[in-house]
Write a protein that binds this ligand. Structure first.
Ligand code: GDP
Length: 479
């Protein structure tokens, strides 16, 4: 890039409201600088308080992160099992373990980052197979990747039964002062036992805060449930006066695709999406296996018709209808999914019968066949999430974390397709989401004031801005 262009980019980038730290304008992460040219202006600005907290977190990450003396001491203590340490050096750690698909992992990462900020911990992420190839380092002058020589044996296999699980250390007979624990493992998989969800209500100052190492495994966007804990409410209110964009703002800060992923994004966007007057994303996730199903195609088309997102093929729009005056306008449709049949069918439909409204519809897909957990496939999948986020309107599939991320990254309020029952397209086929926020699939089913975890009590609607999700009634989302 020419020097003048870089200065221009730097200026725009500062206009992000100071969200990103200075000192990261190297060439190793083009997306950090170039995304302003591809993404819409931020519709929600970070508050000065949040920006100040982000800068504090960066200082903590640098002071205690891998390669520093405090980190070396802390990891030696972990290896040796030395107790009674009380977070010497003022450094304590949250290690996020890699779990499930890419959408799950991204939701977990953003949630873990917020939890680390709320509890003054250094966030370290287990890279799994691909993390380092997917995202740039977010914090200047340090790494967020858990070192490969991390000294705790078997940490990747920690599960609900572990002696160190929150349930076992708080409810079992092996309690004792928290500083007695070498580490604590938080298990917040969507199907975690109720007792493990008690951690959502942990009065951090009394127990967890004296544990130097905390390991977290989750497959969900757990952030909404932090709002249920009275201990965090004041801080969360200061960080996020608006609750409908927590993921959106934090992801703009934290997640920057690597150059390899970003090249896929920009190449595709420039070729197929850039010049269209409007862009529509359709994220298709089929839970019955990735076979072609007519009822799913019917549902997609019923949704796009109901919401006037696509013109009817070969039918004259009524005067004053949604597409009157659309003649010559171009609409680019990006479909994503694991089976190309849906894409091909929609494309073929418009090829055979172009809309009588005169609108020009082109249908594109980035990648039709995917395999789980391979680095290159994760890169392509991430590129697709970003491409979805760059559309103007988006239809997503309920329950899918892939769709949650695609919509929320772009600050898009999706039309969510409900799960079909008995292989019949549901009616209505889709509903407009209440907000751009992802759904938390496994919140606590009790109030923090009572902690009655043996009973089931739905927490949606119990605090302002937390509602039951459209697609999963027992889930909660911020609005
Ligand atoms: P979820 O299962 O829909 O909640 O979302 P995940 O991201 O966890 O999906 C599991 C995996 O399936 C992802 O990691 C991807 O590898 C793959 N996958 C699912 N949907 C898509 C898609 O639309 N495009 C691509 N490229 N991969 C997908």
């Amino acid at each position: 890039l020419g020097a003048r262009r870089r200065v221009g980019e730097q200026k725009k980038y500062e206009l992000l409201g100071g969200l990103l730290p200075p000192g990261l304008d190297d060439q190793s992460c083009d997306s950090r600088h170039q995304s302003v040219h591809y993404r819409k202006n931020m519709t929600r600005s970070p508050t000065p308080y949040l920006i100040m907290r982000l800068r504090q977190q960066e200082i903590l990450q640098r002071r205690c992160g891998p390669g520093t003396e405090p980190y070396t001491r802390a990891s030696q203590r972990l290896r040796s099992g030395q107790k009674n340490v009380d977070a010497v050096d003022g450094c304590s750690y949250l290690v996020l373990l890699s779990h499930r698909g890419l959408g799950n992992r991204i939701l977990a990462t953003v949630s873990a980052f917020l939890y680390a900020m709320l509890t003054d911990r250094v966030l370290l992420v287990d890279r799994g197979k691909a993390l380092g190839k997917l995202f740039c380092e977010p914090f200047p002058g340090t790494t967020w990747l858990l070192p490969l020589d991390f000294p705790l044996e078997g940490y990747k296999d920690l599960g609900e039964e572990a002696a160190e699980s929150y349930e076992n250390v708080t409810l079992g007979n092996n309690t004792g002062p928290s500083s007695e624990h070498r580490f604590v493992y938080i298990h917040l998989d969507h199907a975690a036992r109720a007792a493990n969800r008690l951690v959502y209500c942990d009065d951090h100052l009394q127990f967890l805060h004296r544990v130097q190492w905390v390991f977290l495994r989750t497959d969900s966007y757990i952030a909404p449930s932090f709002f249920l804990n009275p201990v965090h409410q004041k801080e969360l209110d200061r960080m996020f006066p608006r609750k409908d964009s927590v993921f959106y703002v934090l992801s703009r800060y934290l997640l920057h695709p690597t150059n390899g992923v970003w090249r896929m994004v920009t190449r595709f966007y420039d070729s197929y999406l850039k010049d269209a007057d409007e862009r529509l994303g359709i994220q298709i996730r089929v839970w019955d296996g990735d076979r072609p199903f007519q009822h799913i195609l019917d549902q997609i088309l019923a949704c796009t018709a109901q919401e006037h997102l696509l013109p009817a093929p070969g039918v004259v729009a009524s005067a004053g209808g949604a597409f009157a005056g659309a003649r010559g306008r171009s609409k680019a449709v990006l479909t994503t999914g694991l089976n190309g049949w849906y894409h091909d069918s929609i494309q073929e439909m418009y090829r055979r019968s172009p809309p009588a409204s005169g609108e020009v519809v082109s249908v594109h897909s980035h990648e039709k066949h995917q395999r789980f957990f391979q680095v290159e496939h994760d890169m392509k999948a991430l590129a697709e999430m970003y491409l979805l986020s760059m559309t103007d309107q988006i239809v997503t599939t309920g329950w899918s974390t892939f769709g949650y991320v695609g919509a929320a990254l772009g600050g898009l309020t999706p039309y969510i397709m409900m799960k079909p029952k008995n292989r019949v397209a549901p009616n209505p086929p889709c509903v407009r989401s209440m907000s751009m926020e992802p759904c938390n699939h496994g919140p606590p089913y009790f109030e923090c004031t009572r902690k009655e975890y043996h009973k089931v009590f739905h927490t949606g609607n119990t605090v302002p801005h937390l509602q039951s999700c459209e697609d999963i009634p027992w889930g909660v989302k911020l609005t």
